[in-house]
Write a protein that binds this ligand. Structure first.
Ligand SMILES: *[C@@H]1O[C@H](CO)[C@@H](O)[C@H](O)[C@H]1NC(C)=O
Ligand SMILES: *[C@@H]1O[C@H](CO)[C@@H](O)[C@H](O)[C@H]1NC(C)=O
Ligand SMILES: *[C@@H]1O[C@H](CO)[C@@H](O)[C@H](O)[C@H]1NC(C)=O
Ligand SMILES: *[C@@H]1O[C@H](CO)[C@@H](O)[C@H](O)[C@H]1NC(C)=O
Length: 399
């Protein structure tokens, strides 16, 4: 079969499968598991403040602050299709609760387009396509930079420790490459499931043949925002995946585990409505295109607009590589041995490009997968309270 036939049968079978099992849907979209960041913080009795950060190009991002020792600020960025929620959904065992409990000053950030970044000084995300004219380039150049400056200003600290997950790790490497002055503002980048190259991910290699089909469909339907909360497919997926009877089986067992690694011990059925009460948060189609370009071209390069436009913007027909070698901030890489997205082989390639990788930790147990970093039931024991606090004590010492 040709790639587009594979894609069609995939879509067809998915629709048929959903239709055939549709009788059991729990169609309540507002049930348990959909609490937002502030609702969960209220429920846990955590002390917090909600801040709004304005970027250089006019986006308005929510930055959640859980106060602690202001000399020890920690900035968190989530993964693709995520938001600050990912760092609190595990409630009293979540990363923000652990860090605040240990006395750190916690700032859970967001990037443009996600549920807490869907605002702009002049553009309307529902009407202006220009709002969605950004890629992962702008996550780094403007969003991460603005939030780091905001935190340093509010705390008066000289440097902030950064924790990124998946695409959030890439954001910090691109920031150090594009704006090297930020190297001095960052105490350490703790990279959970580091993403740079994605050569060795089997799941992406299997999905890539469907890309031309998906891309053509997005262009034909003029899609700027992917996984918007009002999107009918997103809504439908939420309903299916959050249903008690078939949600875990279809969306965790048959989708998340094959894609992100099997680890049933760390993701119990009761938690699946919480996962799909938050995942996915929207991104722009241009961000997705940029990520796929990096996968296909095997280069961590700027957005490829085609030869003519590239020449106009970059002065070269090929989009330039990011100069990762300009990152002199300390970087800790933390990999799961059972992570089919952020593979060990790709982490090694990334390590060869980043000048100051101070440690590469291969996490135990061996089942630890891609989503365990944020959604895992036992992650507070094997990662947050142990390794992460150790690294923070080392790179952001108590005064
Ligand atoms: C969370 O949801 C509540 C209830 O809808 C809302 O009042 C609150 O503003 C939301 N918090 C954020 C940060 O959006
Ligand atoms: C978290 O809260 C639950 C329920 O309130 C409690 O049973 C559990 O012991 C708490 N866990 C931690 C690590 O504090
Ligand atoms: C924070 O920014 C304000 C306004 O620009 C400035 O007056 C203040 O000195 C800054 N504080 C720090 C600690 O940099
Ligand atoms: C890192 O780079 C910045 C900006 O180029 C520079 O000011 C700083 O001295 C460098 N630090 C180290 C440890 O090389």
């Amino acid at each position: 079969m040709k790639p587009d036939e594979v894609a069609w049968t995939f879509v067809l079978f998915s629709v048929l499968y959903l239709a055939a099992t549709g009788v059991e849907y729990d169609l309540d979209p507002l049930g348990e598991g959909t609490l937002n960041f502030t609702q969960i913080a209220d429920k846990l009795g955590l002390k917090y403040e909600v801040h709004e950060v304005s970027t250089h190009d006019g986006y308005l991002l929510t930055l959640f602050h859980l106060p602690g020792d202001s000399a020890r600020p920690v900035f968190l960025l989530s993964g693709n299709f995520g938001s600050a929620d990912d760092y609190i959904v595990r409630e009293n065992t979540s990363l923000v609760a652990v860090l605040q409990g240990a006395g750190l000053d916690v700032w859970a950030g967001n990037w443009r387009g996600c549920k807490y970044g869907r605002r702009h000084r002049t553009l309307d995300p529902d009407r202006d396509r220009q709002f969605w004219d950004y890629s992962i380039h702008e996550y780094a150049k403007y969003d991460a930079a603005a939030q780091i400056d905001y935190i340093l200003n509010k705390t008066g600290a000289k440097r902030v420790a950064c924790i990124g997950y998946s695409m959030g790790t890439t954001t910090f490497y691109l920031l150090g490459a594009m704006r090297p002055e930020y190297n001095d503002k960052v105490a350490v980048v703790i990279s959970l499931a580091p993403i740079g190259y994605v050569h060795h991910s089997v799941i992406f290699q299997l999905l890539l043949p469907m890309w031309p089909f998906a891309n053509a469909l997005m262009e034909w339907m003029d899609v700027n925002e992917i996984a918007g909360s009002k999107n009918i497919l997103t809504t439908f997926m939420r309903y299916v995946c959050r249903s008690k009877e078939i949600g875990y089986e279809m969306c965790i067992n048959r989708w998340f585990f094959p894609w992100f690694g099997y680890d049933a011990d760390n993701l119990e059925p009761q938690f699946s409505p919480v996962v799909f009460g938050h995942f996915p948060s929207p991104i722009s189609s241009k961000s997705l295109r940029h990520m796929v370009q990096i996968m296909i071209n095997h280069r961590i390069a700027q957005y490829d607009y085609g030869p003519e436009e590239n020449f106009r913007r970059y002065g070269s027909v090929i989009a330039p590589d990011y100069e990762l070698g300009r990152n002199n901030m300390s970087v800790v890489l933390i990999s799961g041995k059972n992570d089919p997205i952020a593979t060990l082989a790709d982490a090694d390639m990334l390590k060869a490009q980043l000048p100051n990788v101070v440690d590469h930790l291969l996490l135990e147990p061996k089942e630890f997968n891609h989503i365990d970093f944020v959604y895992g039931k036992k992650t507070h024991k094997v990662l947050y309270k142990t390794h992460i606090l150790d690294y923070l004590n080392k790179y952001l010492p108590k005064s």
